[in-house]
Design a binder for this molecule. Structure first.
Ligand SMILES: Nc1ncnc2c1ncn2[C@@H]1O[C@H](COP(=O)(O)OP(=O)(O)OP(=O)(O)O)[C@@H](O)[C@H]1O
Ligand SMILES: [Mg+2]
Length: 455
């Protein structure tokens, strides 16, 4: 968690209430509740026993498993350091592995187990929000909540394991090398579909904490939203907004929400615009190591977004110009619109999805010096190349020589990542350098990694 959380008030039951009077909420019988999606406001005044019983009634069809702490300890090797994935405001996250014997019908799979830090700032309410929202909302671009544990004061959550971690780490901490252009667009589309699915629910959901660290990435870079601790039901009936205490993350939260506490789905659209900017520029929404205006990404980049002659000044230098100019222009204009000061001028998330999807098909990405194919020293042999991705020990032999021989070659890493990778290979391939070049896009086509087909 790198950014300051906006929490002008501690999370109190009042923070989750809509404008609906408490008496109305209390008069709902559990029968009424079970016939529609259970809301946080339905249970915010109930005891934990009632909540758990309401949960098990309402979430019956959602396949949520209830785990014991003992079981979760076992699958994470007693929450061992070697299984540690990271830590956020909720607490520490560990990798675990569920085998087919743990629960009938639950398939063997790796999982991520989030453990509430009992001394931390978050608590039961965030846990409950996560269980209530993710237990009921199922979508390919929302992380799958497999189950939970609620024993004494302990609160744990069990999710599907997302192999490539979160977008913040991939984009800014150089895990796995610079993300290519089309991968960034694929991620933007996935995350936009996730948000759009929430906004299009019969009873709208406002996510409220859309940011790079809450976007998790699957092995094929499918993006899924995680962390529903701050999610809240949107306005109902004639209401135009809900009024709530200001929560979210500095640098991503919409200015009108920070100023007035008025929350709409358009607040999420603003935050999406910030993440889209991060994808385009490779810069963090707030970066205190930069000077003056450049510390705030939106303030600094906004004047360049609508001017196609100036756009290259803000594009991520790590891309080395290997992006679709038309795609960048359209994505920048879209980001500009999402960041409109007036929420009514922002597009809906379904319009965002429709605008981004065609960008995957643009083929004006320049062929640049990304992959160096190193020929064998014997001139008459067809070169081979293989790719090794940092941090994953993942090697793929792409092509063999004419004689079926495999040759070790270098994949030149890009941007900030390059020197490390270059160093790793230097001794092995020094004498085999060649100027033959392939672009990353050509490479993906050869590999068929699916980056051209967002799902
Ligand atoms: N389902 C998952 N699969 C793989 N890694 C995960 C999963 N869920 C969380 N993580 C990792 O665990 C770490 C902590 O995540 P968490 O969402 O708790 O905090 P955060 O997003 O960094 O901060 P914040 O509290 O502001 O949301 C991150 O590095 C994240 O990538
Ligand atoms: Mg998070």
């Amino acid at each position: 968690m790198s950014l300051r959380k906006l929490a002008l008030k501690l999370l109190t039951p009042g923070c989750f209430k809509t404008n609906k009077p408490i008496s109305d909420q209390k008069s709902q019988t559990s029968k009424e509740i079970s016939s529609r999606r259970l809301s946080l406001s339905d249970v915010s005044n109930s005891s934990i026993c009632t909540v758990l019983s309401d949960l098990s009634n309402s979430l019956i069809g959602s396949n949520l498993h209830i785990f014991t702490q003992k079981e979760l300890k076992k699958i994470t090797h007693n929450f061992s350091k070697s299984n540690y994935l990271g830590e956020g405001g909720f607490g520490k996250v560990y990798k675990g592995f569920i085998d087919e014997k743990l629960r009938p019908g639950l398939e063997a799979q790796p999982v991520a187990v989030k453990v509430l830090d009992l001394d931390g700032k978050q608590g039961h309410r965030e846990w409950l929000a996560e269980v209530i929202f993710l237990g009921q909302l199922k979508h390919p671009n929302l992380v799958n909540l497999i189950g939970y544990c609620c024993e004494d004061e302990h609160r744990l959550l069990v999710y599907e394991y997302m192999e490539r971690g979160n977008l913040e780490n991939r984009l800014f901490k150089c895990y796995g090398g610079t993300l290519p252009w089309l991968t960034r667009i694929k991620i933007a589309i996935g995350a936009a579909k996730g948000l759009s699915s929430l906004h299009e629910e019969e009873k709208q959901v406002i996510y409220r904490d859309f940011k790079a660290s809450n976007i998790l990435l699957d092995s094929d870079y499918t993006a899924k939203l995680s962390d529903f601790g701050l999610a809240i039901d949107g306005p109902e009936g004639d209401e135009t907004h809900i009024t709530t205490c200001v929560m979210g993350t500095h640098g991503y939260a919409a200015p009108e929400y920070v100023k007035t506490g008025h929350l709409t789905t358009m607040s999420d659209v603003y935050s999406f615009g910030v993440v889209l900017l991060e994808l385009l520029t490779g810069r963090r929404s707030v970066d205190e190591s930069r000077h003056g205006r450049e510390q705030n990404l939106v303030e600094w980049s906004k004047p360049f977004l609508k001017d196609s002659h100036k756009l290259d000044r803000v594009m991520d230098p790590g891309l080395e110009g290997q992006y679709s100019t038309e795609g960048a222009r359209k994505a920048a204009a879209l980001a500009h619109q999402c960041l409109s000061h007036n929420p009514k001028c922002r597009p809906t998330m379904s319009t965002v999805v429709k605008t981004l999807e065609p960008l995957m098909d643009l083929n004006d990405i320049p062929i640049g010096p990304f992959v160096y194919v190193v020929p064998t020293e014997e001139k008459n042999k067809v070169p081979a190349y293989r790719i090794e991705r940092e941090g994953q020990a993942e090697c793929e032999v792409v092509k063999n020589g004419k004689n079926g021989e495999e040759k070790e070659v270098e994949v030149k890493a890009k941007g900030r990542h390059r020197s490390r990778k270059g160093h790793r290979y230097r001794n092995r391939i020094k004498s085999l350098r060649s100027s033959t070049v392939y672009s990353d896009t050509a490479l993906y086509r050869i590999l068929g990694t699916g980056l051209y087909s967002p799902k």
